[in-house]
Design a protein around this ligand. Structure first.
Ligand SMILES: C[S@@+](CC[C@H](N)C(=O)[O-])C[C@H]1O[C@@H](n2cnc3c(N)ncnc32)[C@H](O)[C@@H]1O
Length: 254
């Protein structure tokens, strides 16, 4: 059973079409390597970093992905040792992770490591799920509302802002006159167990639990299960909107 939606191939193809070379990608905040494994099919090599050794343990191992556990902020010399040399990376990605970073420090690293002028940074996140079954969807949206107080403020900001107002000091990639957000659709055909696993994978589900609040309490589980089975179809489509910011480093950024 998977507990997170899978990013669409179309997203990666779009991003990869904006980097002239496909030698090296750096996926920051890789988690269990969700984005890294698709990038590994497009780029010769991928360095995938995360601050959590536990997340990295679950990452899919592929011969052209190097996983590295890093501190939250790296010096340039640590970056060079752990990821790569100055001006050597074609693409930096951050999949549903950039809201945790210290952005000024992160952007400085991105500008240092990307090939000048065409190296690209692509950062995306996704919105709340919508389920194609009205009663179950209404309960899910209520659960999102009820869980809002347990969201980390940075995650809440990005969930509501959808990467619209975030500082993103990069130049539009070829073919665009802005750096986004661009919207992509992501769908997940899920059964009820997938849906519960997805909810339990939220950081704020765990945060609520840590304060003694079980968001999936018996009444909710009962009502949601009933609503899920109302139309007799065990599978539902959950739709998420991905918001992508994409830009290139340009000249004279170092
Ligand atoms: C929501 S998860 C996303 C994981 C994965 N990219 C995905 O799309 O499924 C965010 C990840 O960012 C990592 N993270 C948080 N702060 C970080 C930092 N400063 N540097 C690198 N990774 C960080 C967390 O450990 C976590 O694995």
């Amino acid at each position: 059973m998977i507990s997170r939606p899978t990013y669409p191939e179309k997203l990666f193809q779009f991003i990869a079409s904006k980097t002239p070379c496909h030698d090296l990608a750096w996926d920051v905040g890789t988690g269990s390597g969700q984005a890294a494994r698709t990038l590994a099919g497009i780029y010769k090599n991928v360095v995938a970093t995360d601050t959590s050794p536990k997340q990295l343990e679950f990452a899919v191992k592929l011969p052209n992905i190097t996983y590295q556990c890093t501190p939250p902020e790296m010096s340039i010399s640590e970056l060079e040792q752990t990821v790569s040399a100055e001006s050597s990376v074609d693409l930096v990605t951050s999949a549903t992770a950039m809201h945790w970073f210290d952005l000024p420090n992160f952007y400085q690293q991105v500008k240092w490591i990307l090939k000048e002028p065409d190296g690209v940074i692509a950062a995306w996140s996704y919105t709340k799920a919508e389920i194609n079954a009205s009663a179950a969807n209404a309960l899910l949206q209520k659960l999102y509302d009820d869980s809002d107080p347990y969201l980390d403020p940075r995650a809440r900001f990005f969930l509501h802002d959808k990467y619209r107002t975030i500082d993103f000091p990069f130049q539009p990639v070829d073919g665009l006159d802005h750096t986004g957000p661009l919207e992509f659709k992501m769908e997940w055909l899920m059964d009820l167990d997938d849906c519960f696993a997805f909810i339990k994978s939220w950081a704020h589900y765990q945060a609520a639990k840590d304060t003694g609040v079980e968001l999936l309490h018996d009444d909710f589980v009962q009502d949601f299960t009933r609503a899920w089975h109302e139309d007799g179809n065990p599978k539902k489509i959950a739709t998420f909107r991905i918001n992508l910011r994409i830009g290139k480093v340009g000249n004279g950024s170092k």
